[in-house]
Unconditional design. Structure first.
Lengths: 222, 399
């Protein structure tokens, strides 16, 4: 389903995720890298992008499952920090993101005499996402309507139009900024929405930022 | 009928109810059948009693069938369940024949026509041999991560005939040639165990148990079972007691007709000695309101089991705005965000240290409790569970 109707209105779509267990698990960092090579791309997506769909409200110490496991179960804080700064938005594809993660772990391990493992911690379980697109039936034709919808929708809508759009459309612009730019022709607001980094906070924080931007624009008569 | 779902609008996260309506539009008129061994008792039955009417209200043709059995059948299925959870058990050919015979009888008696059939736990699992169509999913609520091998080999032959299996944690699953999904259990915020209570109701409840008001309460709700480690909790309480004038409540059931439970209870009572600030409460299975009172009255909830299933009591306590100090067993650590909604600890000393920290910092305790409630609101309420089931129905029936 497209995010714009024939008369130019923005269509809000949400999503629901079911987690599939792949049955592959790592107890040390080398196995983590080896399994990263072989798991399907949906699994890379699950542990990076859709991490935010599962942690909608409470912000975690680390922004993806790999960094969280290495930091909290293996207690290898150096690698956890290095994995934390990998911003999936900077990679053109999930395959490129996979390569970066593997190369980073390999580089880290090459400087160590022993392979860090989750001695007392839990293993890393590889899962993958099955995402179902759900039309909300909501549409916006003005910035005021857009703002009203953003304030009320299930937070998966924010996820779908910001995170999913990046992969779906393979473009830097998210669905919101694209519509604000081309549908409402509010370039400055579109630029601000495009510059939002979704990896530095929760989806609820992202919702607040979007609302604040709309309010600023509306206060200026937009 | 739609009010079945509307009741949750006040407690579910923003936008959830409208989203669930839209999600249900995708599976209108689809049939969803649950099959279990019991209609009452246990978290699974508790949730199904609410989920099924809500699904119906949303236009999904949901049904719930319960199998009938004999004493012999119950004995065999108990052995199978224990074996799947790792206890050495033996199933003779005669016992297995009984299991298959009773299952076949149920297969003939029940209406198994549905687009999606979800079979809960091992008791009705062999019904897969009597499928009439639709997609079949085995929903395993047990931890079968380390089963007793001969029981698993016997049982696996049924599981592999399903289209998919659902587990509560990745570590609870076994290697299988069918897709395996992960769905966390949930709590219903509107039941007697979780609904809001007035201060007067809580005060009356505490009076009935002879628990002092105004003195911080440390609480552990768990049946009297060695794996629940009530003795460890008493040790942690004693370390805390040197610094804080608090009381410990150990509430649980599971001792009726259970010699092991009785033995554990006796050990716990002995460990408690004559301390008037330790309250050991034996509660019947239907004591939902009493548990609600205790969880709401508690300052800190401790769920420090050595072995645990998903441990949904953690979410129940968090829903009441309480920070939970839990161990790493089962699903306890999957529910706690360490340092934000409570603490994950690895020892008695760790539990004592974190309890002291919270009792010394009431502001932190309040903040953590508030985060805990919000965490449960978004992750462990029945509304999320409903969304998972609708999504599963849509994905499997349209593959």
């Amino acid at each position: 389903m497209t995010t714009t109707s024939s008369d130019g209105a923005f269509r809000f779509l949400g999503c629901s995720e079911i987690q599939e267990i792949l049955g592959k698990q790592a107890e040390d960092e080398r196995t983590l890298a080896e399994l990263l090579e072989e798991v399907p791309l949906d699994s890379i997506y699950f542990h990076t992008h859709s991490f935010f769909l599962r942690h909608r409200f409470i912000e975690r110490t680390y922004p993806n499952d790999f960094a969280e496991w290495v930091g909290e179960q293996v207690r290898d804080h150096v690698l956890a920090e290095r994995l934390s700064v990998v911003d999936p938005f900077e990679y053109p594809s999930l395959e490129a993101l996979r390569e970066e993660l593997i190369s980073l772990i390999d580089d880290h391990l090459s400087g160590l005499a022993t392979v860090p493992r989750a001695g007392f911690g839990a293993p890393f379980y590889f899962n993958r996402s099955r995402i179902l697109e759900v039309p909300t039936g909501l549409e916006a034709r003005t910035l005021r309507e857009f703002r009203a919808a953003i304030s009320e929708v299930d937070v998966s809508v924010i996820y779908f139009h910001v995170f999913e759009s990046h992969l779906r459309l393979q473009r830097e612009e998210n669905d919101f900024s694209a519509w604000i730019r081309h549908g409402l022709r509010l370039t400055e607001l579109a630029d601000r929405m495009k510059a939002l980094n979704p990896y530095l906070g929760s989806l609820e924080r992202l919702r607040s930022s979007l609302l604040n931007m709309c309010d600023d624009q509306l206060a200026r008569g937009g | 009928m739609i009010s079945e779902l509307e009741q949750y609008r006040e407690v579910a996260p923003k936008g959830t109810i409208d989203f669930l309506r839209r999600l249900s539009d995708l599976v209108q008129d689809k049939q969803f059948l649950h099959i279990s061994a019991v209609r009452y008792g246990g978290g699974m039955a508790e949730i199904l009693r609410r989920l099924v009417p809500v699904m119906k209200a949303l236009g999904v043709e949901a049904r719930w069938e319960v199998i009938a059995g004999t004493q012999e059948f119950s004995d065999v299925t108990r052995r199978i369940a224990d074996g799947l959870q790792g206890r050495p058990e033996t199933i003779t050919n005669e016992m297995y024949e009984t299991y298959l015979d009773i299952t076949a009888r149920n297969g003939r008696a029940l209406n198994l026509d549905s687009d999606l059939v979800v079979v809960h736990d091992p008791q009705p699992a062999a019904l897969i041999d009597h499928r009439k169509g639709g997609k079949w999913v085995w929903r395993c609520h047990l931890d079968v991560g380390r089963p007793y091998r001969s029981i698993w080999s016997l049982f696996r032959r049924h599981v592999v005939k399903y289209d998919a299996a659902v587990f509560s944690l990745p570590g609870f699953a076994q290697r299988l040639p069918i897709p395996k999904f992960l769905i966390y259990p949930s709590i219903d915020p509107l039941t007697e165990k979780n609904r809001e209570l007035s201060r007067a109701e809580i005060a009356q409840g505490l009076d009935r148990f002879g628990i002092a008001k105004g003195k911080p309460i440390l609480l552990q709700v768990a049946r009297f079972d060695r794996f629940k480690d009530q003795i460890g909790t008493i040790r942690a309480y004693r370390m805390v007691k040197k610094h804080h004038n608090c009381q410990l409540v150990l509430a649980g059931g599971g001792v009726l007709h259970d010699s092991e439970g009785e033995a554990v209870l006796a050990e716990v009572q002995q460990a408690a000695g004559n301390d008037p600030d330790i309250h050991i409460l034996q509660l019947p299975p239907e004591a939902d309101r009493e548990i609600n009172v205790l969880q709401r009255a508690a300052s800190v909830v401790v769920q420090k089991a050595l072995k645990e299933g998903f441990g949904v009591a953690v979410s129940e306590a968090m829903w009441k705005g309480k920070p939970v100090i839990g161990g790493t067993a089962g699903g306890v650590s999957a529910q706690i965000v360490d340092g934000t909604t409570g603490f994950v600890v690895h020892s008695v000393e760790g539990a004592a240290f974190r309890i002291r920290y919270l009792l010394s910092n009431p502001g932190v305790m309040t903040r953590m409790g508030a985060s805990a409630k919000e965490h449960v609101r978004r992750n462990f309420l029945i509304t999320r569970h409903l969304g998972d089931h609708l999504t599963l129905l849509k994905l499997l029936c349209h593959e």
